[in-house]
Design a protein around this ligand. Sequence first.
Ligand code: E4P
Length: 218
Amino acid sequence: MKFFIDTANLSDIKEAYALGVLDGVTTNPSLMAKEGITGESNIINHYLKICELVDGDVSAEVISTNFEGMVSEGEKLAGLHPQIVVKIPMIKDGIKAIKYFSDKGIRTNCTLVFSAGQALLAAKAGATYVSPFIGRLDDISTDGLKLIEEIRLIYDNYGYETQILAASVRHVMHIMNCAQIGADVITAPLSAIEGLLKHPLTDSGLATFLADYNKGNK
Ligand code: E4P
């Protein structure tokens, strides 16, 4: 399973990359705004900084909502750096744009996916990644993980190569459940990735080992 970090925060990206287990980065306009990155040229510079920090795919989202706008923005983003994957919203013109980019060999991430039908359409259009938002489904008392299961089944039935990128991941159990279901990728904040490290028995066991070592070396 690939691990992406879901942030535009450069120090979190550096920290996750230093762990040696990071495969990529996802961003969105809200994550950019959270870091105070506004305006087209600042946003573009920020994508380039992220690409320099990591060796892996970096999702950069288009703002346009019509086909022509998405194509022109997406071509510009894809031309910035070979690591850029163009993130396109799951709307009618978005599907047309994904098909256009797929035919041109430009990689895409279909975002804001909340149903298996949407994921099927994204795969048929040739999306490289599909991003079901599991946390936001949980927030409205729907089972986000069930959606990952449904998409896995459909993609396996037909051999679609679109990778399931579980997004809106909030905690360690989301990551573990996605791994059990067979999501290809999870994108999560640093806190959830680092949460995988933690177990109280590891902490108490290590404290005991160190205390016993020190007793023997007095
Ligand atoms: C990732 O590509 C998504 O933009 C992101 O995971 C959304 O997460 P949120 O629901 O925590 O905003």
